[in-house]
Structure formats: structure tokens, C-alpha cells
Design a protein around this ligand. Structure first.
Ligand SMILES: NC(=O)c1ccc[n+]([C@@H]2O[C@H](COP(=O)([O-])OP(=O)(O)OC[C@H]3O[C@@H](n4cnc5c(N)ncnc54)[C@H](OP(=O)(O)O)[C@@H]3O)[C@@H](O)[C@H]2O)c1
Length: 313
């Protein structure tokens, strides 16, 4: 369902990964409402097409579906098909929002009582209590941790690598990597590593990030996550966002012609948080869209939390 709407020459083109639900769907809605042509991608065609229909019913006709499974790499046929489609159809890409991600944990129960709304269930709890509750609803397994890194870090990286030439063909190419406050370096209990990933970021390489992730996975397998200073809960998710932040900074230095930033949407009621968040998906998406739509020539290699510039630590 790749549509054939003719595009005026100055229309901006955006790709959103994981656009079928949650924050990603709302990012698509808000970008389309701002007059941008949105390629809503989803790994599942049925879910993606249904999401596009939903937006079209709301009057947003300039939204196109394209299938994208971000973890099919290396040389993912899914990523290649999207790249070829964009090349042929538009010859460029102006905005890439890397939103698709998973929790990197096994969800062991479906604890949200469907007879209760999220507010009824979590209304009396503060953020910490909600997060503590989340930790009881999941199990940290090696397989889930590995999949979390493969999706959130490597999958995102492969999408970026494939789409970079098209972003460079734009006069104002932008990447927003959807990150998290759970990707902040303060969560790592290892001063040397924190320094390497922050103060010495200009010396950092992608190979070193691979090494850090391999070491983390080995420690995970050996049951030594906390002993080696890695975060205790949702550790793979946190590491995937820590390394995504570091990779974004490497890329921003390498490609000054692009704006490459990381953005934390807030703690949002979505499937990922079992609806336990404090913000609606619309509010979370708006924190990202603010960064996407920053004026031309704005910051690059920067972390934004809730739409505001913030430190990586
Ligand atoms: N919710 C929060 O409080 C919160 C806080 C900080 C950061 N974030 C970040 O915000 C982003 C969106 O999260 P969300 O809360 O909206 O989660 P969500 O509702 O679970 O949505 C995740 C989206 O990613 C897609 N996805 C997962 N794996 C994929 C893959 N291999 N290939 C392609 N698509 C894939 C999912 O597709 P399916 O429907 O097919 O599974 C879904 O569309 C993520 O990057 C997350 O880390 C969320």
C-alpha cells in the first residue's frame, strides 16, 4: 500500500519507525498535521496499514505505509526495500525518527486488569511506585536482553546506515533517535566507562561500542550485571539507549551537515510500560516532535528530555 500521491517539490519527507502504535503513531499524526509527508513504517503490514487508515480517517491523507522490520540486518531485505522505495519515490529523506524499540525483558504477566483504566490502576502511585511495579511485571533473561540490544541499538544503527545517503540528499536532513532518561550515564556505576562515553566521546568508535555491548552481554550471562556496575533493572534496555546516545554523538561529529539528536519522550502510557506511564502518547510524541521541528541550523549531537536540552549524564 505505497500510495501514489504526487508530492509538491518542497514537501518534507519523514520516516518513522515503529509507527503503528504508541508514541510512534502519535509522532506520525503530529508530523502529518504539520504538513510533512509521513512514511509510517511498521514490521507488521496489517498493523501498519490499519494505523495509516486511522490517520486518514482523521483527515491526514499524506501518510504512506511501508513495511520495515529493523532487525533483519545485516543487509536487511526489509531495510533495503524501504531505502529503494524512498530513493525512487522521493530521491531524498528530510527526517528520520528512530522510534521502534522493545523492552529487552520478558513480560511475565499481563497485570493490567482490563476492567480498570490505566488511571484507575495506577492513579494513586507516583513515578517511583509505578516503576517498581513495572520491575515486578517482567523477567530479565539473556535471550530478551540480547534481542533488546539487537533491536534498539543494532537495528536502529542499520536503519541509519542505509538511509544516510538519502538524508544527505536533503538540504536539512535530521535524525531524531528516540532515547530515554534510562539511557543517561548516571545509571552506570563505573566512573571510567562514564568518562569514556561522555568526556572522551570524541575518541569513541563504533567498534568500542560493540565491545562494550559484548562485555555487558557476557557479564549478563555470567550473572554479574550489578557486580560490574551495569544497571540492575531493565539493564539491556538501558545499555541499548546509552550506546544509542553515544553512537548519535559519534555520527553528529562525523556528519555536521545533518542534525542528529536524541530525545526522551517522558514516561508514557504505552504497551512498553504496560500503560503505567504518566504522560499520554500524544504528550510523549509532542516532546519528540518539538525536537524534530527545531529551526534550521539548530543543535546537533544533543540530548533532549521532555523537549528541552539536557546533559547525557
Ligand atoms: N513509553 C515510555 O515511557 C518511553 C520512555 C522513554 C523512551 N521510550 C521510547 O519511545 C519509543 C516508543 O516506545 P513506546 O512506548 O511507544 O512502545 P510501544 O508502544 O511498545 O511501541 C513500540 C513500537 O516499536 C515497534 N517495533 C518493535 N520492534 C520492532 C522491530 N524489530 N522492527 C520494527 N518495529 C519494531 C513496535 O511494533 P509492533 O507493534 O509490531 O510490536 C511498535 O510499533 C521507544 O524507542 C522507547 O524506547 C518510551
Amino acid at each position: 500500500m505505497e500510495g501514489t500521491i504526487p508530492n509538491p517539490p518542497n514537501t518534507r519527507i519523514a520516516v518513522v519507525t515503529g509507527g503503528n502504535k504508541g508514541i510512534g503513531l502519535e509522532v506520525c499524526r503530529q508530523l502529518a498535521a504539520a504538513g510533512i509527508t509521513v512514511v509510517l513504517t511498521a514490521r507488521d503490514e496489517k498493523r501498519g496499514v490499519a494505523a495509516v487508515e486511522k490517520l486518514r480517517e482523521a483527515g491526514l491523507s499524506d501518510v504512506i505505509f511501508h513495511q520495515l522490520e529493523i532487525t533483519d540486518a545485516p543487509r536487511s531485505p526489509s531495510i533495503s526495500r524501504l531505502t529503494d522505495f524512498l530513493k525512487t519515490r522521493f530521491g531524498k529523506l528530510d527526517i528520520l525518527v528512530n522510534n521502534a524499540a522493545i523492552g529487552g525483558v520478558e513480560y511475565v504477566q499481563d497485570p493490567v486488569d482490563s476492567s480498570l483504566t490505566s488511571n484507575e490502576k495506577f492513579g494513586g502511585m507516583d513515578q517511583l511506585q509505578r516503576l517498581e511495579w513495572m520491575a515486578t511485571a517482567v523477567r530479565e533473561t539473556y535471550a530478551a536482553a540480547r534481542e533488546g540490544l539487537q533491536t534498539n541499538y543494532y537495528g536502529t544503527k542499520h536503519v541509519i546506515e542505509a538511509l544516510l545517503p538519502l538524508l544527505q540528499a536533503s538540504s536539512d536532513g535530521r535524525i531524531v533517535n528516540v532515547s530515554s532518561e534510562w539511557g543517561l550515564l548516571r545509571l552506570i556505576n563505573n566512573e571510567e566507562l562514564k568518562q569514556e562515553l561522555n568526556d572522551n566521546v570524541e575518541k569513541l568508535t563504533e567498534e568500542r561500542l560493540d565491545e562494550i555491548l559484548d562485555t555487558f552481554l557476557n557479564d549478563f550471562k555470567a550473572g554479574e550485571v550489578e557486580a560490574h556496575g551495569w544497571p540492575k533493572h531493565f539493564s539491556a534496555y538501558k545499555l541499548s539507549k546509552v550506546t544509542l546516545n553515544a553512537y548519535s554523538r559519534i555520527l553528529a561529529r562525523r556528519h555536521p551537515e545533518l542534525r542528529i539528536n536524541c530525545a526522551h519522550p517522558g514516561y508514557v502510557k504505552t504497551d512498553m510500560t504496560l500503560q503505567s506511564g504518566l504522560l499520554t502518547p500524544e504528550e510523549g510524541a509532542s516532546n519528540l516532535v518539538n525536537v524534530v521541528l527545531l529551526p534550521e541550523g539548530g543543535p546537533t549531537g544533543t540530548f533532549f528530555a521532555l523537549g528541552q536540552e539536557a546533559p547525557f549524564v
